[in-house]
Design a protein around this ligand. Structure first.
Ligand SMILES: Cc1cc2nc3c(=O)[nH]c(=O)nc-3n(C[C@H](O)[C@H](O)[C@H](O)COP(=O)(O)OP(=O)(O)OC[C@H]3O[C@@H](n4cnc5c(N)ncnc54)[C@H](O)[C@@H]3O)c2cc1C
Length: 309
């Protein structure tokens, strides 16, 4: 039986720790409960949004006037080099479980917060690996029709921080299959530990945030690209420049609005210093976009999902 709860605080369910209450909230395990939740929403004329690990979302201070469905379906099945996982599994658990089974391919994703489903939707990636590289098929629930459909890898449109699922919010990821490669268990566990250590040295720790706030933009301005290389001593790989460097370049490192602050350590992290409201974050994000556009001619797009604004 579906357990729909009312007036549930959303802030603790997100890594930003920002946002008011959801009018209605339900946790679902399995497609039947998910379908029931959508039926409930339809019967009560409620807008719906799904939530995974809450590591890439921000909710309004006034909360969400509708139903939030938190996807919990877990479960992992490993058969040779083929792995099936429920969307609600914690990504880090998946990374550790497949490494323990001696399977290689996602060890560099260690330490990315959130759920397996959330990672697929945004094609989460780090250190040269993206989850879309190893996905072979994704099972989705189509909200509009109540049907289940399976997408093969070639139809998922995985690209930098995006997928067909991100472009179509009525597709709810239920589970997915990965094809991994045989690897050495001890070596994989070492890589996981090194990856986590690398993240800890590069990224601010124990901060309330949603990771990189903006997508690294494509920058074709040769002068700016050369400035980046001169400034950082690094060679540019590909067409994008790090959003954090652009934010730093316009002098916004450490900038604060209310309780929201641009991290001193990683300028593409907008952090909640403890008292930030969603409005503070919106204002800071809009200041960043304006300054980077006006001073450098580059348009930044948020990676973080604004839900219910
Ligand atoms: C400290 C920190 C570091 C981070 N580092 C990285 C990094 O290195 N690389 C990287 O790529 N990301 C990084 N992120 C961002 C974040 O972890 C990823 O985007 C993550 O994959 C989001 O998953 P989630 O389950 O938390 O999604 P949520 O935040 O719960 O949701 C994000 C969006 O996905 C949708 N969604 C969630 N689950 C589903 C589903 N099953 N079906 C359909 N839609 C769904 C939601 O509706 C929402 O629109 C970082 C975040 C933090 C806080």
């Amino acid at each position: 039986m579906l357990n729909v709860r009312k007036k549930i605080s959303l802030a603790p369910l997100t890594t930003f720790h920002i946002g008011g209450k959801a009018d209605y909230f339900v946790e679902t395990s399995g497609v039947l409960e998910l379908a029931e939740a959508f039926e409930y929403a339809e019967a009560h004329h409620l807008p719906v949004r799904v939530l995974g690990g809450g590591s890439n979302v921000i909710f309004p201070d006034a909360g969400f006037r509708g139903l939030i469905i938190r996807i919990l379906d877990g479960g992992i099945r490993i058969s040779g080099e083929k792995v099936s996982c429920g969307a609600g599994m914690v990504l880090f658990d998946v990374v550790q479980k497949v490494a323990a089974a001696g399977l290689a391919g996602i060890e560099h994703l260690a330490g990315i917060p959130g759920s397996f489903g959330g990672a697929i939707r945004g094609n989460a990636g780090a250190f040269g690996t993206e989850i879309g590289d190893v996905i072979t098929a994704v099972k989705v629930f189509i909200q509009a029709t109540g049907m289940i459909k399976e997408y093969q890898q070639k139809d998922c449109a995985f690209a930098y921080r995006t997928s067909v699922f991100k472009d179509n919010p009525d597709m709810i990821i239920l589970s997915a299959e990965m094809r991994l490669a045989e690897g050495d268990r001890a070596g994989l566990e070492k890589t996981i530990a090194e990856t986590v250590a690398k993240r800890e040295s590069k990224h601010p720790q124990d901060v309330k945030c949603a990771g990189s706030f903006f997508i690294n933009p494509v920058v074709r301005d040769e002068k700016l690209r050369q400035e980046f290389e001169k400034d950082t001593g690094m060679k540019i790989r590909g067409e994008t420049l790090p959003a954090g460097w652009l934010i730093d370049h316009v002098g916004l490192r450490g900038k604060k609005i209310g309780g929201a602050m641009i991290s001193d350590k990683h300028p593409n992290y907008l952090v909640n210093t403890g008292t930030a409201t969603a409005e503070n974050v919106m204002m800071l994000s809009s200041l960043v976009k304006t300054r980077v556009r006006d001073e450098l001619g580059v348009k930044l797009r948020a990676e973080v999902q604004f839900v219910g604004f």
